[in-house]
Write a protein that binds this ligand. Structure first.
Ligand code: NAP
Length: 264
């Protein structure tokens, strides 16, 4: 059952995103938490959604301590009723929704042949289905307003085939968002994708990757997409080189993956 708590319910009147209501999923840690803070800093009223109440309340407290507005709505993205309630609760409290950041997600790091079928279902539900259902719940209101920004956090793993389950969900998110963008063109609702490379968050804890920027880099890019929508941005930009190789010389990328040999 979803629950919620409000922190300074009135809409902010200063900042580039003043008077805008933004929902951020997966706002309890990493990129989502950084995005919620960044949007609030720019004046948006932020609805923070995820499962962990304590972490969400801590993020909301940081936002309100800095003078921002936040509403916590506990939401498990695998539960369609809770996803619907997140949308309904936001509209009930604020009467509008201007920004949706579909960010909640989890990784997959086990060889496909050894992954439990229920883990496959779970990952698809959070990463792909949750994004589609929440967007479906909010899009009619945005179309009615003739205004809104829908952003999804995909991944470079949605541009480079890297992990069978994770990449399947992120290619899926990209397919969904890129075609939705075409379907709503001219409606006043923008649809943008952000595809991050490795970012320092709990998701990548323990990975030894040189040059891992913090989640604020992605958060700032997401904030900019609200006012300057783009089809897709890769963050950091240097991952575009790897994407170029995947598109033009996938056999070369095959070689880079070969030493892993985890499929066996
Ligand atoms: N870090 C990277 O290198 C990287 C790179 C590319 C893309 N991404 C993408 O960025 C997004 C955020 O990841 P992150 O790196 O910030 O990882 P993170 O710190 O682990 O954050 C994941 C967030 O998703 C939420 N979440 C997970 N399962 C959920 C569920 N069933 N219902 C609702 N919320 C759920 C978590 O909240 P609760 O556990 O509280 O529910 C948490 O807030 C993901 O979509 C990820 O695929 C990350």
């Amino acid at each position: 059952m979803a629950s919620e708590s409000g922190h300074q319910m009135a809409l902010t009147t200063q900042g580039a995103l003043a008077s805008q209501v933004a929902i951020v999923t997966g706002a309890s840690s990493g990129i989502g938490a950084a995005t919620a803070r960044e949007l609030a800093r720019r004046g948006a009223t932020v609805v923070l959604a995820a499962r962990r109440a304590e972490e969400l309340e801590a993020q909301a407290a940081v936002i309100t301590a800095a003078g921002g507005q936040a509403l916590v709505v506990l939401t498990d993205m695998t539960d369609a009723a809770q996803v619907a309630r997140l949308a309904a609760r936001t509209l009930e409290v604020y009467g509008r929704v201007d920004v949706l950041v579909n960010n909640a997600g989890l990784g997959a790091d086990r060889a496909f042949a050894r992954t439990a079928p229920e883990d496959i279902t779970h990952t698809v539900q959070v990463n792909l289905l949750g994004t589609m259902l929440l967007t479906r719940a909010l899009l009619p209101e945005m179309l009615r307003q003739r205004r809104g920004a829908i952003i999804a956090v995909a991944s470079v793993a949605g541009l480079i085939a890297a992990e069978p389950i994770y990449s399947a969900t992120k290619y899926g998110v990209r397919g969904f968002m890129l075609s939705l963008r075409r379907q709503v063109a001219g409606s006043g609702v923008s649809v943008s994708l952000v595809s991050p490379g490795f970012i320092r968050t709990p998701l990548t804890r323990g990975l030894r990757v040189p040059l891992m920027p913090g989640p604020e880099v992605v958060a700032r890019r997401i904030a900019r997409l609200i006012t300057h929508p783009r089809r897709e941005v890769v963050v950091p930009r240097y991952y575009r080189v790897a994407v170029f190789f995947e598109r033009t010389m996938p056999w070369l990328v095959d070689l880079a993956f070969r030493p892993r040999g985890r499929g066996k």
